[in-house]
Design a protein around this ligand. Structure first.
Ligand SMILES: CC(C)(COP(=O)(O)OP(=O)(O)OC[C@H]1O[C@@H](n2cnc3c(N)ncnc32)[C@H](O)[C@@H]1OP(=O)(O)O)[C@@H](O)C(=O)NCCC(=O)NCCS
Length: 348
C-alpha cells in the first residue's frame, strides 16, 4: 500500500488527537500546528499510521545559536507499530527542517533504541536527583538571596541565557517557539529564589515547588537550578537546605549534577529518574559554531554518509567544506559525528 507523508492540517487535528492521548496518557497530548510547530502525518491507504512534531528551536553550541528541529509527539497507532513508518516520517520531516536551515535535531526519547538507527545519539541527561535536604546546607561564601517578583523575569531569563550559552546543547528560550519566556519559571512553582553575587546582578536562581505536607514523605521539588558562580550556588543550595525540618527530601531536576553534588558533605544522593537527550546532525555546517583555541591550526579530512569533507581549523574558527575525495581515513558514522560535535569543550 502507498505511504504518504504530509503536513497535518489544523482541521484534522481533532481526529488524530486521540492517538497522542492513548500513546502518552491523557493530558499529555500535543498542541495543534502553529507558529514554529510543524505537525506531520503518515497515511497508508485511508488510515493515519504515524504522527510527529517538529518544533523550531535553537541550540547553544560554542556560544552560537544553532537552528534545531526539536522532535516531539512521535506516535504510531498501536495496530500499526513495527510497520517501519518512522523512517519515511523522519526523512520528510527532517528534510523540511533542513530547508528552513536547521543544522541539528534533538529529542527526549521514550526509548533511545528507537532513534539510534535514525542517526540520533545521546549527548546529555536530564536527571531528577533526590537528596536529603539537610545536605544542601553547604559551607562556603554565599551570595545574597531574595524571592523573585514578576519584574525579575527578564533578569532570570538573562541568567538562564548566560548559563546556557556556556554549555553545549541547552536550548535558547526565545524566538518563535517561546512566546512566553516566563513559562519555564512559573509553571508549577511556589517560588523562585534569586542569587545576587553583587547588588542588582542576578547570578543564579532556583525555581521550586514546596509540595504538600511536612515531615516524612514530604518533598521539595526544584524545577530548575542555575548558578553562574560558586557563591550563587552556595546561597541557593543553603536556601533550599533551610527546608530540612519540613521536607526531608529535595528532588532537583538537573543536567549538570556534578556542579552541585560535589559541594555536599555526603554522596547520599541518587538519580530518581533520567531522561536522555539525543541529537542528530543534519548538516556539517553545525561545526562552524565551535570555537577552537585560536593558536590551533589543522586540516581534518573525514567522510560522513558517503561524502568527503575537510574541516579547516584556524584563527579560533572552524570551516567545513565538501570535497571530491571520499578516501579520508577518518570515517564518522552518525554517532561519531554527534560525539565529535558535543564531546569536546570549547576554548575560552
Ligand atoms: C515508539 C513507536 C513510535 C515506534 O513505532 P514502530 O512502528 O515500532 O517504529 P518502526 O517500525 O518504524 O521502527 C523504527 C525503529 O525503532 C525500533 N524500535 C521500535 N520501538 C522500539 C523500542 N520500544 N525500543 C527500542 N527500539 C524500538 C525498531 O526496531 C526500528 O529499528 P530499526 O530501524 O533498526 O529496525 C511506537 O511504538 C509508539 O507509538 N509508542 C508509543 C509512543 C512512544 O513511545 N513514542 C516515542 C516518543 S519519543
Amino acid at each position: 500500500m502507498t505511504t504518504r507523508v504530509s503536513p497535518l492540517d489544523v482541521i484534522d487535528w481533532a481526529s488524530v488527537k486521540p492517538f497522542w492521548i492513548e500513546a502518552f496518557g491523557a493530558g499529555d497530548d500535543e498542541s495543534p500546528p502553529g507558529p514554529g510547530r510543524h505537525v506531520w502525518r503518515v497515511d497508508s491507504g485511508d488510515e493515519v499510521v504515524a504522527l510527529g512534531v517538529d518544533r523550531e528551536f535553537e541550540t547553544w553550541l560554542g556560544e552560537q545559536r544553532v537552528p534545531t528541529a526539536g522532535i516531539a509527539g512521535i506516535t504510531v497507532p498501536a495496530e500499526h507499530r513495527g510497520g517501519g513508518y518512522l523512517r519515511p516520517l523522519f526523512e520528510t520531516l527532517l528534510g523540511a527542517a533542513r530547508e528552513r536551515g536547521a543544522l541539528l535535531s534533538g529529542l527526549y526519547p521514550t526509548s533511545s533504541g528507537i532513534y539510534r538507527s535514525l542517526g540520533y545519539a545521546p549527548v546529555a541527561h536530564l536527571d531528577d536527583v533526590a537528596v536529603p535536604t539537610h545536605l544542601l546546607e553547604v559551607r562556603g561564601d554565599a551570595a545574597d538571596v531574595r524571592r523573585a517578583s514578576p519584574e525579575d523575569l527578564p533578569a532570570i531569563a538573562a541568567a538562564y541565557a548566560a548559563w546556557a550559552r556556556q554549555h553545549r546543547g541547552p536550548l535558547t528560550r526565545d524566538g518563535i517557539s517561546f512566546p512566553d519566556p516566563a513559562k519555564a519559571f512559573t509553571d508549577s512553582t511556589t517560588g523562585v529564589t534569586l542569587a545576587e553575587s553583587s547588588p542588582g546582578q542576578v547570578t543564579g536562581y532556583a525555581a521550586w515547588d514546596r509540595g504538600k505536607g511536612y515531615g516524612t514523605g514530604a518533598v521539595l521539588t526544584v524545577r530548575e537550578l542555575v548558578a553562574l558562580d560558586r557563591p550563587s550556588l552556595v546561597g541557593l543550595l543553603r536556601t533550599l537546605g533551610s527546608f530540612a525540618s519540613v521536607t526531608p527530601t529535595t528532588v532537583i531536576r538537573t543536567s549538570t549534577p556534578d556542579d552541585w553534588t560535589g559541594l555536599l558533605r555526603s554522596d547520599d544522593s541518587r538519580v530518581q529518574s533520567r531522561s536522555t537527550y539525543m541529537v542528530k546532525v543534519l548538516d556539517v555546517a553545525a561545526f562552524r559554531a565551535l570555537s577552537p583555541a585560536p593558536a590551533l591550526t589543522a586540516e581534518l579530512p573525514f567522510t560522513w554518509q558517503g561524502q568527503g569533507y575537510m574541516a579547516s581549523v584556524a584563527g579560533g574558527q572552524v570551516d567545513v567544506a565538501a570535497t571530491a575525495s571520499t578516501t579520508a581515513s577518518r570515517e564518522l558514522d552518525d554517532t561519531a559525528i554527534v560525539q565529535t560535535l558535543f564531546g569536546a569543550s570549547d576554548s575560552r
